[in-house]
Design a protein around this ligand. Structure first.
Ligand code: GTP
Ligand code: MG
Length: 136
C-alpha cells in the first residue's frame, strides 16, 4: 500500500518528541513499517534536499540536519502521503495550525533555519526516492 518517508529532525529527537510524533502517526491509523535512529550523512542530505540546492535556506538546513541524530520511518496506509503532511501542518511552525505536529509542538527559535520537527514526502515519486535514501 501507499508509503511515505517520515524524518523526525534533530530538534524533534533532541526535545524528546519522538514518541509523541510516532504516537500521532499511529493514532491516525497508519502503520510504522520501518523505523531507525540514525545520523544523516552529507551525501544522504544532498540527495534528499536536491530540489532545494541553491536556495538561501539550503546550507542552514543541511547544517541543522547534520547537528544531531534523527529518526527515519516509513509510514504505510491508504493516503498516507497527504495524510502525514496534514498531520505535520504547514512548513512554518509559527503559523502551522493547532492540532498539527508543527502547530502544537513547534515555534520560531530565532534562527536562520526553520526547526519544524518533521519531514514528510510530498508525492509518490519523492516517497519512493526518499525511502531509498534512508532505507536500503
Ligand atoms: P519537509 O517536509 O521538511 O520537506 O517540509 P516542507 O515540504 O513543508 O518544506 P520544503 O520541502 O519546502 O522545505 C524543506 C525544509 O526547508 C522545510 O521543512 C524547512 O525546514 C526549510 N525551509 C523551507 N522553506 C524555508 C524558508 O523559506 N525559510 C527557511 N529558513 N527555511 C525553509
Ligand atoms: Mg518538502
Amino acid at each position: 500500500s501507499e508509503r511515505t518517508l517520515v524524518l523526525i529532525k534533530p530538534d524533534g529527537v533532541a526535545r524528546g518528541l519522538t514518541g509523541e510524533i510516532l504516537r500521532r502517526i499511529e493514532a491516525k491509523g497508519y502503520v510504522i513499517a520501518e523505523l531507525k535512529k540514525t545520523t544523516a550523512t552529507a551525501e544522504q542530505l544532498a540527495a534528499h534536499y536536491a530540489e532545494h540546492e541553491g536556495k538561501p535556506f539550503y546550507q542552514p538546513l543541511v547544517d541543522f540536519m547534520l547537528s544531531g541524530p534523527i529518526v527515519a520511518a516509513v509510514a504505510e496506509g491508504e493516503g498516507v502521503i497527504p495524510g502525514f503532511r496534514s498531520l505535520a501542518g504547514q512548513t512554518d511552525p509559527t503559523t502551522a495550525a493547532p492540532g498539527t505536529i508543527r502547530g502544537d509542538l513547534g515555534r520560531d527559535w530565532g534562527e536562520k533555519v526553520q526547526k519544524n520537527l518533521v519531514h514528510g514526502s510530498d508525492s509518490i515519486e519523492s516517497a519512493e526516492r526518499e525511502i531509498g535514501i534512508w532505507f536500503n
